[in-house]
Design a binder for this molecule. Structure first.
Ligand code: ATP
Ligand code: MG
Length: 831
C-alpha cells in the first residue's frame, strides 16, 4: 500500500475504513455526534487521491461553513502535499454555486459581474417592488414577503408555480411580489442567496451540456452535515451527481446525523437524510457507533435528552474514554449570577485542571444572551471572543462602502446605487430619485442605466424629465465618479485602492471626519478595518479582482469568524454556530423553559423537537467537561421574570449531575433577597437596565472598535482611539445588543441569522423600552380581533396569556403559523 494511503487509513475503525474505501454506489454515513463523520469525509478524499482512484480536480466537497472548508483543505494539504489539492473544490454550497454561475452566466442570461444581495439588500429591493407595484405594505410587509420568497426558492418554486398554486389573495400577492422582485433582481444584474442555489439547479437542468460538463468533471461529490440541506441543495447535489441512468454520473457520499438537524426554519429537511435510501435505491448505508469525542457521562446526558424525540432511529453510541467528570449543574438566581459562576469555574479550571481559556466555550440560545456573560468577563478580565451578533458586514457604514464598490463593479446594481445616491448627502431629494426610477420603468432599464441618461442621454431614450439643473449636475458627477472607479478596477487596481478612492472621492470619509458624533468615530474605525481586510485579501491573492474580493465578502458567515490559533480566549457563541465544533470544556447556559427551549417552541411539538436536537448538538460539543446552568429569574423583555428549569435538564439522568447549587438553595436565596456568587453581590442588578439598553441600540448595535490585528489603513484613523472591549473575533466587532432583532430571514449560510433565533421570534419584535408599565394588559385588543403584524402580515388573535407587562397574545397568521407575541413590543395593529 502507498505509504500515504497507509497514513490516511491508520487508526480508523472498521466501519470508518469501510466508508473511506467504499466504491461505486451512493454512500450514506449516518451516525451520532463525534463519531468521526467529518473525519471519514476528509479521509475518504485523501484516500481517493492517494490511491489514484481520483484526481484532485475530480472532487467536489461541500462543507457547512467556509471555515470548515478551510480546515478540510488544510488537513488534506498536510496529508497529500499542497500542490496536489489545488484543483479540488472544497467549499460551501453557496461558494460552489457562485463559482459555477460566474462561469456559466451566459447560459443564465446574466453578465458575469452580477452582484450578490444579502437578506438586507433583498428586503430593500422588495420594498422598492412593493412601492412600484402598489402592494399594501401594512398588510404585506416587505420583510415578510422577502422571507416567504426565500422559502419558496429553497423549495425551488418559481414565480409561475407560485402564481399557479396561489389559492387565496394573500398568496396571490406573494406570487405577484415574487415575480416582480425577480424581474427587478435580474434588471439589477443581481442574485440573492437563495438564487445562487436555485439558479445553479436551473442552469444544470435546462442545459444538459453544462450539466454534462460538471458531471464529467466532478467524479466524486461529498457532502458534510447532510441533515441540514434543504430541497434546493438536495436537487443541486442530484443534478451535479446525475443518476444511475446518466452516462457520466459521479459517486456521491453524504454524511449526517438526523438528530442534529437544526435548520428546519431555513427549509432544511431531515427528509433528505431519511429518504436517501429511497431516492438512491442502490445506496449503501454505514453506521458509526463509536464516539471519539466525549466522555461517557457527556454521551449519556446527550442520549438522555435526544431519546425524548419520537420517530427517530435509536442509536447506540459508545466511547472507550471512560466516565470522566460528572456534569456540573448550577442554578443561578439571575443571569448575572449565572455568568459569575461561569467566570469562577473558568478561573478554578485554569488553576486546578490545567485548562486554558482557549479550551472553553460558552453557549447560549440567542445572541442577546451574550451580554450578561460579556459584562462579567470584562469585569473579571477574562479574554473572550463573541462569534456572531451584528455582523461586521451588516453595519451601516460597511454596507455603504461595499455599495460603492458593488455599484462600481455592476453599473445596474439598483439596491447599491440607490443606497448611496444621497449618502453622503448631495442634496438629491426623493423627487429626483423618483424621476429616475420612472424613467427606468418607462424604458424598462435598470435604475443605473436611467441615471446615466440624466447627464448623458441615451439616443433612443432621451433625457430624464422632472429633474432640476442642480440635481442633474450632481447626478452626472455621481455617475462619473463611479465610472472612474470602474476604470480603476478594469485597469487592475487593488481592491483597497479602489475603496480609498470611493470613500474619499464621494466625500463619505469627510462626512464622518467632520462629525462630532462618537458613533461616527467608530464608523471610521470600522472602515479602516474594512480597508485592512482589503489589503490582506490583496496580499493573499495578488491577481484577484475587486469583484473577487466582493464575492468573498458576500459569502462570509458567522462561523467563519472563528480564527485559527486563538488559544488564549474563551469562545462565546450560539449553539447554532457551534455545529460541527468541539471544545474540552463547554458551558451550556440559559437552560430554562422559555429560553432554551425557546418560548416559541413550547406550544409546537415540531419546534420543540428541533430545540431538543439543538440541545443535543450543544451537549455533544464537549470533550471532557460539561456545565449546564440556568437562571431562576432572567431579564425578559425589560423586566426580571421567573423561568422554570429547562425540560432538557430534567431529561438528563440526575445521577450524572453534580449539582453545585441546587434549586432549593437558589430559591431560598432569591426569596430572602440575598445574593451569592463571586460577583453577584457587588453588581447592579443587570436586569434593571437591561431593557433600556436593548432599545437604544436596536438598529446598529454599539459600534465598538476592534482589537486584534488592527492596522490603521490609509483611511487615517488613529489606532489609539480604539476602544477595547474584550476581543471580538475576526470581522465581528462589538457584541450585538439586538441579535434577536436582527434575527430574521435566513441569509444564505449566515449562521448568525439562525443563531440569533429563527425568523418569527416573539422577542424579536423590537425589544424597545417605550412601553410603560401602566398600559392595560391587552392594549385594547380582544380575542378574535384581526390584526396586522409588521413581519408576519395579517392574523387573528386566538388567545391572551400572562398579565400586565408580560401579556402575550397568541396570533394565528394567514401563513398558517401561530406565534406568541409580547404585546408590549409586538407591532400588532388592529384592522
Ligand atoms: N478513528 C478515530 N480515532 C481517533 N480519533 C477519531 C477517530 N475518528 C474520529 N476521531 C476524532 O473524534 C472527534 C470527532 O470527530 P468528527 O468531528 O469527525 O465527528 P463528527 O461525527 O463529524 O461529529 P459531529 O456530528 O459533531 O459533526 C475528532 O476529534 C476526531 O479527530
Ligand atoms: Mg462533523
Amino acid at each position: 500500500m502507498d505509504s500515504r494511503v497507509q497514513r490516511i487509513v491508520a487508526g480508523l475503525n472498521p466501519q470508518q475504513l469501510e466508508a473511506v474505501t467504499h466504491s461505486g454506489a451512493p454512500l450514506l454515513v449516518v451516525a451520532g455526534a463525534g463519531s468521526g463523520k467529518t473525519r471519514v469525509l476528509t479521509s475518504r478524499i485523501g484516500y481517493l487521491i492517494a490511491s489514484g482512484r481520483a484526481a484532485p480536480g475530480q472532487i467536489l466537497a461541500i462543507t457547512f461553513t467556509n471555515k470548515a472548508a478551510r480546515e478540510m483543505r488544510e488537513r488534506l494539504e498536510s496529508a497529500l502535499g499542497g500542490s496536489a489539492i489545488r484543483t479540488m473544490w472544497v467549499s460551501t454550497f453557496h461558494s460552489a454555486c457562485v463559482r459555477i454561475l460566474r462561469s456559466e452566466h451566459d447560459a443564465l442570461g446574466m453578465r458575469s459581474t452580477f452582484t450578490i444581495y444579502d437578506a438586507q439588500d433583498a428586503q430593500r429591493l422588495m420594498k422598492l417592488v412593493c412601492r412600484e407595484e402598489n402592494i399594501d405594505i401594512r398588510a404585506h410587509p416587505p420583510k415578510s414577503l422577502s422571507r416567504r420568497v426565500s422559502d419558496l426558492k429553497n423549495d425551488l418554486v418559481t414565480p409561475e408555480q407560485a402564481a399557479d398554486d396561489a389559492a387565496d389573495q394573500d398568496s396571490q400577492v406573494l406570487a405577484h411580489a415574487y415575480a416582480a422582485y425577480q424581474i427587478r433582481l435580474r434588471q439589477a444584474n443581481a442574485m440573492d442567496f437563495d438564487d445562487l442555489i436555485m439558479s445553479t439547479v436551473d442552469v444544470l437542468r435546462s442545459h444538459p451540456d453544462v450539466a454534462d460538463h460538471y458531471r464529467r468533471r466532478f467524479r466524486h461529490i461529498l457532502v458534510d452535515e447532510y441533515q441540514d440541506t434543504n430541497r434546493a441543495q438536495y436537487e443541486l447535489v442530484r443534478a451535479l451527481t446525475g443518476t444511475a441512468e446518466d452516462d457520466n454520473h459521479g459517486e456521491l457520499t453524504v454524511v449526517g446525523d438526523a438528530d442534529q438537524s437544526i435548520y428546519a426554519f431555513r427549509g432544511a429537511t431531515i427528509r433528505n437524510i431519511e429518504d436517501f435510501e429511497k431516492d438512491f435505491p442502490e445506496a449503501r448505508t454505514i453506521l458509526l457507533e463509536q464516539n471519539y469525542r466525549s466522555t461517557q457521562s457527556i454521551l449519556s446526558a446527550a442520549n438522555g435528552i435526544i431519546a425524548n424525540n419520537s420517530g427517530r432511529r435509536p442509536k447506540r453510541l459508545w466511547t472507550d474514554r471512560g466516565d470522566g467528570e460528572k456534569i456540573v449543574g448550577y442554578v443561578a438566581d439571575s443571569e448575572a449570577d449565572e455568568s459569575a459562576f461561569v467566570v469562577s469555574e473558568i478561573d478554578r479550571l485554569r488553576d486546578d485542571a490545567g485548562i486554558s481559556y482557549g479550551d472553553v466555550a460558552v453557549f447560549y440560545r440567542t445572541n442577546a444572551q451574550s451580554r450578561a456573560v460579556e459584562d462579567m468577563f470584562v469585569r473579571s478580565g477574562i479574554p473572550y471572543r463573541v462569534i456572531g451578533g451584528t455582523r461586521f458586514y451588516e453595519r451601516r457604514e460597511i454596507k455603504d462602502a461595499l455599495a460603492y464598490l458593488h455599484a462600481i463593479v455592476n453599473r445596474d446594481d439598483t439596491v447599491s446605487i440607490r443606497r448611496i445616491l444621497n449618502m453622503p448627502k448631495r442634496g438629491l431629494g426623493a423627487k429626483s430619485e423618483e424621476a429616475v426610477a420612472m424613467h427606468a420603468a418607462r424604458w424598462d432599464v435598470s435604475f443605473g442605466a436611467a441615471l446615466c441618461d440624466v447627464g448623458d442621454p441615451h439616443p433612443e431614450r432621451g433625457p430624464v424629465s422632472g429633474i432640476g439643473k442642480k440635481a442633474s449636475a450632481t447626478m452626472a458627477g455621481f455617475v462619473s465618479m463611479l465610472e472612474s472607479g470602474r476604470e480603476m478596477a478594469e485597469a487592475g487596481a487593488a481592491p483597497d485602492a479602489i475603496l480609498d478612492f470611493a470613500m474619499e472621492e464621494s466625500g463619505y470619509l469627510d462626512m464622518l471626519r467632520s462629525s462630532d458624533d462618537p458613533q461616527d468615530e467608530s464608523r471610521l474605525e470600522n472602515l479602516a478595518e474594512l480597508h485592512s481586510v482589503a489589503v490582506d485579501f490583496h496580499k493573499a491573492n495578488p491577481d484577484a479582482t475587486l469583484a473577487d474580493w466582493l464575492d468573498q465578502v458576500s459569502l462570509v458567515s458567522d462561523a467563519d469568524q472563528l480564527a485559527d490559533g486563538d488559544e488564549g480566549e474563551v469562545t462565546l457563541m450560539t449553539v447554532h454556530t457551534a455545529k460541527g465544533l468541539e471544545f474540552p470544556v463547554v458551558f451550556v447556559t440559559g437552560l430554562e423553559d422559555g429560553t432554551f427551549p425557546h418560548m416559541r417552541s413550547l406550544i409546537d411539538p415540531a419546534e420543540l423537537a428541533e430545540e431538543r436536537r439543538l440541545a443535543y448538538v450543544a451537549v455533544t460539543r464537549a470533550r471532557q467537561r460539561l456545565y449546564i446552568t440556568r437562571a431562576a429569574a432572567r431579564a425578559s423583555w425589560g423586566a426580571p421574570q421567573e423561568f422554570p428549569p429547562s425540560r432538557f435538564i430534567e431529561e438528563i439522568p440526575d445521577s450524572l449531575i453534580d449539582w453545585r447549587r441546587s434549586e432549593s438553595s437558589a430559591d431560598a436565596m432569591r426569596r430572602s433577597g440575598g445574593r451569592t456568587g463571586t460577583w453577584g453581590s457587588g453588581g447592579r442588578r443587570r436586569s434593571e437596565s437591561f431593557g433600556g439598553g436593548y432599545g437604544d441600540e436596536l438598529d446598529d448595535g454599539p459600534v465598538v472598535g476592534s482589537g486584534k490585528g488592527f492596522v490603521p489603513g490609509k483611511l487615517g484613523v488613529d489606532a489609539a482611539k480604539q476602544k477595547r472591549r474584550g476581543k471580538q473575533a475576526g470581522a465581528a466587532r462589538g457584541a450585538n445588543r439586538s441579535g434577536a432583532a436582527n434575527a430574521s430571514a435566513g441569509v444564505g449560510e449566515s449562521v448568525s441569522d439562525a443563531a440569533a433565533g429563527s425568523p418569527g421570534l416573539g422577542a424579536a419584535d423590537g425589544a424597545g423600552p417605550n412601553a410603560g408599565p401602566s398600559v392595560p394588559d391587552t392594549y385594547g385588543l380582544a380575542v378574535g380581533d384581526s390584526v396586522v403584524h409588521k413581519s408576519f402580515g395579517r392574523g387573528k388573535i386566538v388567545a391572551f396569556e400572562g398579565t400586565g407587562r408580560n401579556t402575550t397574545a397568541r396570533v394565528t397568521f394567514s401563513s398558517g403559523q401561530t406565534k406568541r407575541l409580547a404585546l408590549r413590543f409586538a407591532p400588532l395593529e388592529k384592522i
